[in-house]
Design a binder for this molecule. Structure first.
Ligand code: F6P
Length: 550
């Protein structure tokens, strides 16, 4: 059995350190140490990380590095990269990192080098994408493809959609990518009402090819298509991405139109696999290879850089400090780049499906808080919506600011204002504004003394709100790849420290099973089950409404 985290020397030392330093103000730490920014920032794989605005000092960091060492983070990392069975509850290796390995490298799994198979699928994707992009691949009436509809959910949706949006400035001008995910028919209906069956290519993306929502959407899309074309035309308009060849064949998609991947790629880590096909179609195979190379550069940094300079390790340790010692219950992801607007949603699955757990790998209960809530939106929009709570609310919530220094547009004044806001927010979160400063401001404005004293408590910012800032020169396939891999490895390090398996997701199963029962009851295929009175009441109301609609 693993030593409980709270019993480790490093964790106890951190608790003691927190007790001794809990009243310190980061603005004072900046005043005391002019080298603070230089000391508490680092870079790698094209990304720069400033973590100096967190409530930490050199000693905090030293103790956090000791925690990482005590919990065997480096050994576990090496096991993952080597293809050992890191996902122990599903008896699988965890090898999304192999998908971004250069062609000339090797990786043995079960006595077989898996790199040639990975590269063969990459080539298959490249050839197919080039045929579609060049206009050689035609629809059933001879016209070029104009619309790609990716049908998938979870990792088979969030990754391709977020990356297509993030890299839209690299997109093929003729091809519009659409993403259908929700079983709510409004999602599919909204897309089908906009596309032409003769010029639309559907990608059915599902690792298992069993996921209810995806299968229902795929069947409905197929039925819609067949109202306009014949069965023989399907091959020109439907391709699949999956690990399940038999289910793909049963759906009616020929093996040559299937892009495979492997069970050692977790759904939320699958954008690097054939699940990235929509992205390849959009930006082309060469840009996709740059995306993989950016992630690979982060993999190498994660493996080679000392812990004290290691971006994923530092981001993870700062997260542990904020979560387990400062008591931050959430991280707001604030990309100051419109094209990264889907990144917070992508990270929700990556972090919360990976580390939203309370049982350790050895079956015992986790004793400390694990994954915080991940949420957010682009700056500056968030500033005019929920930043008030981040500045003056009762809870301390950490923020990750993400910005690209140079934009892909030419409106320089927009970029200046955007970056000014990004840096100003992190400064405000850290510094706050104390009573003396607020009073001096109001006196300078000539407000009467009584009014000043009345307003004073409302206008004080306590500050000391932790944040990281991640900068890249520009948002490119390569920096996006590095950014995603940074967070993947952050999740890994935190999972290792909390002692949990970041690569299973048993928690999503119960609702799926119950939904199947209720689906049968709603469609009158089975007699009503005895649920609790709330669930029975809701089912009864829905049945009445559905019957009235028939
Ligand atoms: O239900 C959760 C989940 O298993 C995710 O982990 C996964 O990304 C998603 O469903 C979709 O699964 P699939 O690609 O097999 O359709």
């Amino acid at each position: 059995m693993r030593i409980p985290l709270t019993a480790t020397i490093a964790f106890k030392a951190l608790q003691q350190h927190h007790t001794e330093t809990k009243d310190r103000q980061v603005r004072d730490l900046f005043a005391q140490d002019p080298a603070r920014f230089a000391k508490l920032s680092t870079e790698g794989a094209g990304l720069f990380l400033d973590y100096s605005k967190n409530i930490v000092d050199d000693k905090t960091m030293t103790l956090l590095y000791a925690l990482a060492r005590d919990t065997q983070v480096e050994a576990l990392r090496d096991d993952m990269f080597a293809g050992k069975e890191v996902n122990r509850t599903e008896h699988r290796a965890v090898l999304h990192t192999a998908l971004r390995k250069p062609r000339n490298e090797k990786l043995m799994l079960d006595n077989k080098d898996i790199v040639p198979d990975i590269q063969a699928v990459l080539d298959q994707m490249g050839v197919f994408a080039e045929r579609v992009r060049s206009g050689e691949w035609r629809g059933f009436d001879g016209r070029e493809i104009t619309d790609i509809v990716n049908i998938g959910i979870g990792g088979s949706y969030l990754g391709p959609k977020m990356t297509c949006q993030a890299l839209r400035s690299f997109a093929h001008p003729r091809l519009i990518t659409h993403f259908v995910s929700n079983v709510d028919g409004h999602d599919l209906d909204a897309i089908l009402s906009r596309v032409n069956p003769a010029t639309t290519l559907f990608i059915i993306a599902s690792k298992s090819f069993h996921t209810e929502e995806t299968m229902m959407n795929a069947q409905s899309a197929r039925a819609w298509f067949l109202k306009h074309a014949s069965e023989a035309d399907l091959a020109k308009h439907f391709v699949a991405v999956s690990t399940n060849l038999d289910a793909v064949k049963a759906f009616g998609i020929a093996p040559e139109n299937m892009f495979p991947f492997w069970d050692w790629v977790g759904g939320r880590y699958s954008v690097w696999s054939a699940i990235g096909l929509a992205l390849v179609l959009s930006i082309g195979i060469e840009h996709f290879k740059e995306f993989l190379a950016g992630a690979h550069a982060m993999d190498q940094h994660f493996q080679d850089a000392p812990l004290e300079k290691n971006l994923p390790v530092i981001l993870a340790l700062i997260g542990i400090w904020n979560r387990n010692f400062i008591g931050s219950t959430s991280i707001s992801i604030a990309p100051y780049h419109q094209d990264l607007r889907l990144f917070p949603g992508y990270l929700q699955q990556l972090e919360m499906e990976s580390n939203g757990k309370s049982t350790q790998v050895d079956g015992t209960k986790v004793e400390v808080a694990t994954c915080p809530v991940i949420w957010g939106d682009v700056g500056t929009n968030g500033q005019h919506a929920y930043f008030q709570l981040l500045h003056q609310g009762t809870d301390i919530m950490a923020v990750d600011f993400i910005a690209a220094l140079t934009p892909s547009h030419t409106m320089k004044e927009h970029q200046v204002l955007l970056l000014a806001n990004c840096f100003a927010q992190s400064e405000a979160f850290m510094r706050g504004k104390n009573a003396d400063e607020v009073r001096a401001d109001m006196q300078a404005q000539g407000l009467p003394a009584a009014e000043i004293e009345k307003l004073l408590p409302h206008r004080i910012f306590r500050g000391n709100r932790p944040s990281n800032t991640i900068l890249m020169d520009a948002l490119t396939p390569s920096t996006l790849g590095a950014l995603i891999a940074l967070y993947e490895h952050k999740v890994f390090v935190q999972g290792a420290i909390w002692g949990i398996n970041s690569f299973d997701q048993w928690g999503v199963e119960l609702g799926k099973i119950l939904a199947k029962n209720i689906q049968a009851e709603l469609s009158n295929q089975t007699k009503p089950e005895t649920h609790d009175s709330s669930t029975n009441g809701l089912i009864a109301r829905a049945k009445t409404a559905l019957q009235n609609k028939q």
